[in-house]
Design a protein around this ligand. Structure first.
Ligand SMILES: Cc1cc2nc3c(=O)[nH]c(=O)nc-3n(C[C@H](O)[C@H](O)[C@H](O)COP(=O)(O)OP(=O)(O)OC[C@H]3O[C@@H](n4cnc5c(N)ncnc54)[C@H](O)[C@@H]3O)c2cc1C
Ligand SMILES: *[C@@H]1O[C@H](CO)[C@@H](O)[C@H](O)[C@H]1NC(C)=O
Ligand SMILES: *[C@@H]1O[C@H](CO)[C@@H](O)[C@H](O)[C@H]1NC(C)=O
Ligand SMILES: *[C@@H]1O[C@H](CO)[C@@H](O)[C@H](O)[C@H]1NC(C)=O
Ligand SMILES: *[C@@H]1O[C@H](CO)[C@@H](O)[C@H](O)[C@H]1NC(C)=O
Length: 615
């Protein structure tokens, strides 16, 4: 401890602290206050190339503040604040609205309830948004951003949980208008020089802006199924696929990345390329798990499709009247023993534990999807689970809903879409070996029981990230962390953030997740397992290790090849360590090392502060 404190003192004694936050301007992109920012005429010309669909953005809350106040617009904003579709459609809004705020600059355009006139600052909201509707328009925007050295951000639905679909001082490329869904019975990837290659069977090609729910509806109508997530307003071809992508068909059909047959991409040079197993194989490998906003603009993706199957959706709701006591955590142990049985059959489980609810109660809700040809084995495992819980004296409410066609269930609106809420997540994968070991399940629940939970904290147990199809070697070669192939579950902790810009509370929650919760999740398997890039801890101190592990060096090399000037940079993303927090200025190698050292010291300081606070 003493050594680190000495290190901090030395760092500041040498005057390095301030040095770390500055870069020579030549290493920076052009911001709105710089001479190199495009003139109004230049923006007008860009507008012409995107069919007049360039808009100047201001924060959504500005209509509730002095200069731009409008009773009608403000009333509409308040009415739609939690409306996920409204947020998808509004380029200045994000689903997790706290990412519209800038914690660094302490800026927001918060709309308080009851309404009070206050200041409206831009925060992390982009200055311009270009709504693109064709490959050509994507190319125009990419070339404009590259030649004007702008901070370009790709924004689809704005669901990102680490602020990666927005950035201060940026130009936003808005992909929501790239629609189109085409299903074919026999899909043949495009080969170079017209070589003939075999068909891959039935597949669907979707535009980058297609929402999961839109694809599910088309699939229900067409009588096929496709792997996708649970939230209907998440973009399936944007961030979901590039982060890995899981859903209830994952144990039986694989991850999102395992089901991609082809992608169309506009590169940093503004060139449109097709990537699949036959051409541009390296880019094809990188976009499947390398992360959104890092290798190019995806214009469309072709996914494998599957026959429709009957399914049973089974729910168990358990209310523990005495809070998170031993009966509650033993129930979690029982659940952890049941998940591998279901997942190994190709069924899926999604459970949410809420340890602290009003009235000293705890709640556990378990949703299982029996999609195996024969539902009997899964049913037995669930009956056994229910019996155990009842034997513990906990009240269980159960229900079963059979569907002749799984596609019908998938297309139903789920009400899982939470928008206009602040939230910080942290996640780690858990291996199949550990979950199937004799002591694994009880070790996990004992460990989870030790964490401190606040009201509304949600512990999510996702039994749909691994299983037989994820382990299949033939489709396993992609950029995601290698530990996915031995994973069976993902554990995610979600903590609510105050809706108003309470910077101290955000700091406290970040520190607690970084110093206590995440190290505990990490310790379960001593750092061997990765975390899910799509639902990450947004301040992960070593993203390359956690999200890609041994795949990172290859990703870096491919980044250098496809985007040598780092036009595409996101928080936590590939090569982001060479840029400042918001991707505006490059940091040189010396600074990279110093910054890592500085971050480490920061963690030690926060850890020490946390310990002191606890004792
Ligand atoms: C309520 C909720 C539920 C979720 N449920 C699931 C789930 O069931 N399963 C699961 O696997 N994940 C789930 N996620 C995580 C989700 O997959 C990620 O948030 C995902 O990144 C969202 O992608 P998007 O394109 O919709 O969002 P955006 O925020 O618009 O984009 C996310 C990232 O992808 C980049 N990007 C978007 N489009 C493109 C493109 N065309 N080309 C290049 N880069 C692009 C953006 O720059 C950004 O970095 C959930 C998230 C939320 C908030
Ligand atoms: C782009 O052009 C359209 C149509 O001419 C216009 O309505 C819009 O205001 C322009 N956008 C900007 C940012 O100038
Ligand atoms: C709009 O005006 C009405 C009537 O004056 C008022 O009651 C209401 O609070 C206003 N709403 C907002 C959001 O300002
Ligand atoms: C949510 O917003 C969308 C788009 O603006 C709108 O069509 C829909 O009616 C809204 N839903 C609710 C419940 O208000
Ligand atoms: C809440 O539940 C715990 C057991 O988990 C118990 O020890 C405690 O006394 C309960 N508190 C109240 C106020 O009922």
């Amino acid at each position: 401890m003493v050594f680190w404190l000495a290190g901090v003192i030395l760092l500041f004694a040498l005057g390095l602290g301030p040095y770390l936050s500055h870069s020579p301007r030549s290493q920076c992109r052009c911001g709105p206050d710089d001479d190199c920012w495009p003139s109004l005429g230049a923006w007008g010309a860009l507008n012409g190339t995107v069919g007049g669909q360039l808009v100047q953005l201001s924060p959504v809350g500005d209509v509730c503040h002095e200069a731009k106040y409008s009773n009608r617009s403000c009333t509409e904003l308040i009415q739609h604040f939690r409306n996920t579709t409204w947020r998808v459609e509004n380029p200045a809004a994000l689903q997790v609205h706290t990412w519209e705020y800038s914690r660094q600059q302490k800026q927001s355009c918060h709309v308080s309830d009851p309404l009070e006139p206050g200041q409206c600052d831009r925060g992390r909201v982009a200055h311009y948004s270009a709504y693109v509707q064709s490959v050509l328009e994507v190319q125009e925007v990419v070339q404009f951003a590259a030649s004007n050295r702008l901070r370009l951000v790709i924004r689809n639905t704005g669901h990102d949980l680490a602020g990666r679909s927005s950035a201060p001082n940026s130009l936003q490329l808005h992909t929501a208008g790239l629609k189109g869904i085409r299903h074919v019975e026999s899909f043949t990837p495009q080969a170079p020089d017209g070589r003939s290659i075999p068909s891959e069977g039935p597949a669907v090609t979707v535009g980058a802006g297609v929402l999961t729910g839109e694809l599910y509806s088309a699939a229900a109508e067409g009588g096929y199924t496709v792997v996708g997530g649970s939230c209907s307003t998440v973009g399936i071809a944007g961030g979901w696929m590039q982060g890995g992508g899981y859903g209830i068909l994952t144990p039986s059909r694989g991850l999102g990345v395992d089901n991609v047959l082809e992608v169309g991409v506009v590169t940093a040079q503004g060139i449109y390329v097709t990537a699949n197993q036959h051409q541009n194989q390296d880019l094809f490998w990188a976009v499947r798990g390398g992360g959104g906003g890092s290798f190019g603009v995806i214009v469309h993706v072709t996914f494998r499709t599957y026959p429709d199957v009957p399914a049973v959706v089974s729910k168990l709701n358990i209310l523990s009247p005495h809070g998170p006591d031993s009966a509650f955590w033993d129930t979690v142990t029982d659940l952890l023993r049941t998940i591998p049985i279901l997942v190994d059959r190709g069924d899926a489980v999604q459970a949410f534990a809420m340890p602290v609810l009003p009235g000293n109660q705890s709640f556990l809700t378990i949703e299982s999807y029996l999609i195996h040809d024969s539902h009997a084995g899964g049913r037995d495992a669930l009956d056994e689970l229910q019996k155990r819980i009842e034997d513990r004296g906990l009240p269980v409410e159960s229900s079963d809903e059979p569907f002749d066609r799984l596609s019908t269930y998938l297309a139903l609106p789920k009400g899982l879409d939470q928008a206009g809420m602040g939230m910080m997540t942290a996640s780690r994968l858990v291996s199949r070996d550990f979950m199937k070991s004799a002591q694994g399940p009880s070790r996990i629940s004992q460990t989870l029981a030790q964490l401190s939970y606040g009201p509304g904290d949600v512990l999510s147990l996702e039994g749909m990230v691994g299983g037989p199809a994820v382990q299949r070697k033939a489709t396993a070669d992609s950029a995601i962390h290698p530990s996915w192939r031995s994973a069976l579950m993902s554990l995610t902790l979600g903590r609510g953030l105050p809706s108003d810009p309470d910077w101290d509370a955000y700091d406290r929650i970040q520190n607690e997740l970084a110093m206590t919760q995440l190290p505990v999740l990490e310790s379960l398997e001593k750092g061997a397992m990765g975390g899910y890039l799509g639902i990450p801890f947004p301040y992960e101190s070593n993203p390359s290790r956690v999200f890609w592990g041994s795949h990172y060096n290859r990703l870096l090399a491919l980044k250098g090849r496809w985007d040598p000037d780092d036009l595409f940079i996101t928080r936590l993303g590939v090569n982001s360590e060479r840029w400042d927090e918001e991707g505006m200025c490059r940091v040189d190698r010396k600074q990279v090392y110093l910054r890592q050292y500085y971050k480490f010291l920061d963690r030690v300081r926060a850890w020490a502060a946390h310990r002191v606070g606890k004792s």
